[in-house]
Structures are given as C-alpha cells and as structure tokens.
Ligand binder design. Sequence first.
Ligand code: ATP
Ligand code: MG
Length: 247
Amino acid sequence: MAEIPDDHPRHDSLVTRHRIEAGVEQGITSKQGLIAQGRGEAFDYLLGEETTPTADGAERVAAAHLLLADHPVLSVNGNVAALVPGEIVALAEVTGADIEVNLFNRTEQRMQRIADHLRDHGAEDVKGLNADATIPGLSHERAKVDGDGIYAADVVLVPLEDGDRAEALAEMGKTELVVDLNPMSRSAQTAAVPIVDNIIRAIPAITEHATALRDASRDELRQIVAEFDRGAALDAAEQRIRNGDFE
Ligand code: ATP
Ligand code: MG
C-alpha cells in the first residue's frame, strides 16, 4: 500500500479506500462492498467528512440504548470488518454486546475469514457461523441469524445494512441502531436511531459515549433515549446535504 501523507487533504478517505481494497484481497469484503463504499464516500463528501453535532447526539443515544439493553448485538459485515475490526471489539467490551457476523452475500468461507479477522483483533466469541434461526420475511440465505444472537437480541447495531433486512429486523420489534451515511436510505429511514456518519468515526464515538455513560443511572439513560427525535436527526442530515446547511 502506497504511503499516504498525513497532511493530504483527503487522507482519511484514501486510507479508508485502501482498507476496503485490502479487505477484498483478504476475502473479507465482497466486490459489492466496493460499490457500497463508493456510495458512502459520496455522501460523506457532501456532509463535510466530519461528525456533525446531530450525528454525535445520535451516537450518544446509541450508547445509551446499548447500555440499557438486555441482549445487545453488533452486526458485522465485510465492510465493517475491513474498516473497524478493533473498534467493534472495543465497543462490544464496553457495552457487553455480542458480535455477530451477518452477510448479505453469505459464503461459509467469507464468514470464517471475517470471524478469524475479528478474533485477530481481540474478539473472544464471534456469533453467526452456526446460524440456526431465520428472520421472518426474507429469503433463506439472507435471513440466517443465530438463535441466541441477533434473533434473540433486543437492541441491534447494524452498520451499512441492506434496506430490506433493516426493515425485516424492525418488523421483529428490535430496536435498530443504524450507521449509514445516506439519510435517505431505507436502512436509515427504518432505524430507531439513524446515525448519519462514517463508520470509521461512528464506532469510536459510540464507544467513547458508552465509556462516559457507564456509571449513569438507568433513569438517566432512559431519559437520553426518550429525548431523541429520529425525524429531526434525519432532517438535519438531509438539510446539510441539500443546502450545505452546516449547523
Ligand atoms: P437502501 O438502504 O436504500 O435499500 P442499500 O442498503 O441497498 O440501499 P447499499 O449501497 O447496499 O444500499 O448500502 C450501503 C449503504 O451504506 C449506503 O447507504 C452507503 O451510504 C452506506 N455506507 C457505505 N460506506 C459507509 C461508511 N464507511 N460509513 C457509513 N455508511 C456507509
Ligand atoms: Mg441501506
């Protein structure tokens, strides 16, 4: 990988591209993942390539949800594994969440590679490999989840999720925390907490908030959750894109 100078104006974006490229080479990320990354990048560019105050607020609400949950699960796909493997492990540790590999284009080989990659980054238990339950309303391969993982979860963090599956999970009554740079995507529109931010900034930010909130009372956490306005969060992101409306 060519050295990217620290002072390059698009440094983070270039590093991200290289990580996705490496993910494809290692058999972690699908080729489709390259296209998804391109889509995300375009939105990040329009949003100013930084965490907006609204996104930071949503990240704090997501942290509160994960801390309040009985059974929180972090869903990991090929892009997430390539971009933020260690960061996902850190978030799971702080919140007590399970990690589950969940792929749109599921192949056993890619499932295994992603699980190994997460373990290399410190994950102890990785779910998803012996998927024995199905999400209702989806075709078989896309519906597979672990019975004691996503299927049983009350709160699920689904970064960069396909719109269909996000909708099906919401139908099951799960509280969905979605990281997606496109506020108009069906995934973001379906989420209880839409986080319109780049995954490389969003996951560390949620971890930071969860660490700060670790000693907060359940009442305090419930209040953070209750005060969140998902429609306003989506509107703020869309206005920023459409009007360059920087809060
Ligand atoms: P819809 O949700 O409207 O059905 P989709 O889910 O089928 O669309 P994809 O291109 O498959 O669309 O999903 C990728 C989504 O992930 C896009 O909305 C894109 O903006 C978002 N995305 C891609 N890379 C990142 C990233 N690094 N951080 C956050 N979001 C990202
Ligand atoms: Mg989507």
